[in-house]
Design a protein around this ligand. Structure first.
Ligand SMILES: [Zn+2]
Length: 276
């Protein structure tokens, strides 16, 4: 009787120690939370370049998002938005061609990081969907972060805006990339809009799987009808990438979050609120 009690007591003690051991003290693996940062708003003068043959001559409202993700192994930023300098322009940035988008910024990226208690140096990885100015506008704010970009995009002699600095640490990708090796943040190669365009699959603990589009699609109606903007780099690759995204969404039961879709963002929580 006495021995049985002792054995039980030791077993309970061992269990208790097991629960409080180093494994339990560690942070949960994978993604903890995702913030949508307001990285701009704009009005395209004419929808014709976005969806040829549809709503030509009509203007269209757009938004521009950055997505900040807290992973157990570090902070990850997806896209850097329009340059923060645009926030100081009273009328925003007017395009040379009135058919293009007139962008404004109501808040800077820097101020939104600061609100969360973060400095640019706290961001371990900065990945960009592609190198158009409304996605890489603040990439130089993160000289210590490792840039994750497709080699095809890095080497592309794009005609627009600021590009990458040679001193920036960079991992030039050639295809898909599992950022932390646990499947929770996976870059997917989705060329077409630009030669090295990429999208992002994120697995959140409560919200579930999300596919962040980049500019593989600009708004839901174009997605539903598989429409390709006239100024994309390759129409065939654009269509193939949308099909690939649809396949991934079906397999992963993922929601599609379209970066520039204003109607979608109007329904979403913006930083400092977050998704788990
Ligand atoms: Zn673009």
């Amino acid at each position: 009787m006495r021995n049985t009690f002792l054995v039980c007591a030791i077993a309970v003690l061992a269990l208790g120690l097991g629960n409080a051991g180093p494994a339990a003290a560690q942070a949960k693996p994978g993604v903890e939370r995702l913030y949508i940062l307001n990285c701009g708003e704009g009005v395209a003068g004419d929808q014709r370049d976005m969806s040829p043959g549809v709503n030509e001559g009509k203007s269209m409202d757009f938004v521009d998002n950055c997505y900040l993700i807290k992973h157990a192994q570090g902070w990850f930023l997806w896209d850097t938005g329009l340059a923060d300098a645009i926030a100081a322009m009273p009328e925003g940035q007017r395009p040379a061609d009135p058919r293009m988008t007139h962008w404004k910024r109501s808040k800077t990226l820097a101020s939104q990081l600061e609100q969360l208690g973060l400095k640019p140096a706290d961001i371990k990885f900065v990945a960009v969907s592609h190198s158009h100015p409304d996605h890489i506008g603040n990439v130089t704010m993160f000289p210590q972060s490792t840039l994750l970009v497709q080699k095809a995009e890095y080497d592309w002699p794009a005609p627009l805006g600021p590009r990458f600095k040679p001193e920036q640490p960079v991992n030039k990708l050639e295809g898909d990339h599992d950022v932390f090796g646990d499947g929770s943040i996976v870059i997917l190669s989705t060329p077409g809009h630009t030669p090295g365009h990429q999208s992002l699959l994120v697995k959140l603990p409560k919200t579930g799987a999300l596919l962040l589009s980049g500019d593989a699609v600009h708004f839901k109606e174009n997605w539903d009808n598989r429409r390709v903007p006239s100024n994309n780099d390759s129409k065939d690759k654009s269509v193939a990438s949308m099909q690939r995204m649809a396949d991934v969404m079906a397999k992963e039961h993922a929601q599609l979050w379209i970066n520039h879709d204003k109607a979608l963002r109007d329904t979403q929580k913006l930083s400092p609120q977050f998704y788990e």
